[in-house]
Design a protein around this ligand. Structure first.
Ligand SMILES: *Cc1c(COP(=O)(O)O)cnc(C)c1O
Length: 357
């Protein structure tokens, strides 16, 4: 197989160990003689996977006792609706830091009174708003901790006077998080913890059941808490691979250990972007994401964009094209992306500079 350095934004690189294990499980799931995609989710073998996966989430993120972990289909985008359905009664505030934040807000607006408390839309979301006040009368305040498209990241768990809800699709498990500061954390698995097809919800249980609207059964988070994520058929294969990914993460030393590596990878790449006269970063320096690194050709070198893309591709880089809404380049350096790949991209940028100086 061709050797590549995979920087795709999602679905994205996963630990090879998890992929190998998935291949084995497709042949024979835990010695049952049945492929993992053909086994009933009501068997004890499958339940063991569910239990292990839930336990790993709790262990790796130090999730307090009064929180539930739920796995569902529908992705983070369905999560936007779960948030509004289950938590919006009178008024909700959103931190509008990108397209995903805006889409989350749209779902809440469709159900009631919701608005952007602060926004960085006027500069194409290249920074995280600061210095705004969170009104104390909100049902909840919603943030997107990592803005996958723009490469900005909220580097702290906010002190919030109202329940704090976070879409952590693209930085979950990349850094330690104080879960106790959140009413709910959710996201799609396909950026850092597994393949597409499953979304995670970490829910402070006692905050549910406070809205007066009728919530359809499948949209009521209590249904899935009570059903232990198996009210209906769960996405078994995606959950299987997520569990293997978390086992790998634990072997790496867990979230604290991977955070140190993630910071080093990001520093290496940002240092080259800042040093190399051909390139420049697009996100405000203090808000730079350690997961998605966005950059463009510097002034005077814009015409070299396609050439750099082709050169990088020839060197084995894949998935570095920026999101269609912002252009330029984006290297997603999630947990499973090795330092070696980041170094290869940096080398590529250096070589390109030598050719064009
Ligand atoms: C990718 C992404 C989403 C959308 O996820 P889906 O699972 O495709 O719905 C939402 N929020 C953020 C921050 C993302 O990176």
């Amino acid at each position: 197989m061709k050797k590549v350095h995979n920087f795709t934004a999602g679905p994205c690189i996963l630990p090879q160990q998890a992929i190998d294990s998935a291949i084995e499980a497709l042949k024979d799931f835990k010695g049952t003689g049945v492929p993992v995609i053909s086994i009933s989710h009501r068997t004890k073998e499958w339940e063991a996977v569910m239990n292990e996966c839930r336990a790993l989430w709790k262990e790796l993120l130090n999730i307090p006792e009064d929180y539930e972990v739920v796995f569902l289909g529908g992705g983070a985008s369905m999560g936007f609706l779960y948030v509004a359905m289950n938590f919006l009664e009178n008024k909700a505030g959103y931190l509008e830091t990108g397209v995903w934040a805006k889409k989350a807000l749209k779902e809440a607006k469709g159900l009631g009174n919701a608005y952007a408390v602060a926004s960085s839309a006027e500069t194409v979301y290249n920074y995280i708003p600061k210095g705004y006040e969170i009104p104390a009368d909100l049902d909840y305040f919603h943030v997107t901790t990592n803005n996958t498209i723009y490469g900005t990241e909220l580097h702290e768990d906010l002190d919030c006077p109202v329940p704090l809800i976070a879409d952590m699709s693209s930085d979950i498990m990349s850094r330690p998080v104080d879960v106790s500061k959140y009413a709910m954390i959710y996201g799609g698995a396909q950026k850092n913890v597994g393949p597409a097809g499953v979304a995670f919800f970490i829910i402070k249980k006692d905050l549910l059941g406070k809205v007066s609207r009728y919530i359809p059964t499948m949209l009521d988070l209590r249904t899935h808490i009570n059903g232990e994520s198996m009210f209906n058929t769960p996405p078994v294969f995606a959950i299987y691979v997520m569990n293997e990914t978390l086992k790998w993460l634990k072997e790496q030393g867990g979230v604290e250990a991977i955070y140190e590596i993630n910071k080093k990878k990001a520093e290496l790449l940002y240092a080259e972007i800042d040093r190399n006269p051909l390139f420049k970063g697009t996100a405000a320096v203090e808000d730079r994401s350690i997961m998605n690194v966005c950059f463009v050709m510097a002034e005077g070198y814009e015409a070299l964009q396609d050439e750099f893309m082709a050169y990088a591709k020839a060197q084995g880089m894949t998935g570095i094209k920026g999101h269609r809404s912002v252009g330029g380049f984006r290297a997603s350096i999630y947990n499973a992306c090795p330092m070696e790949s980041v170094q290869a991209l940096v080398d590529c940028m250096k070589e390109f500079e030598q050719q064009h100086k």
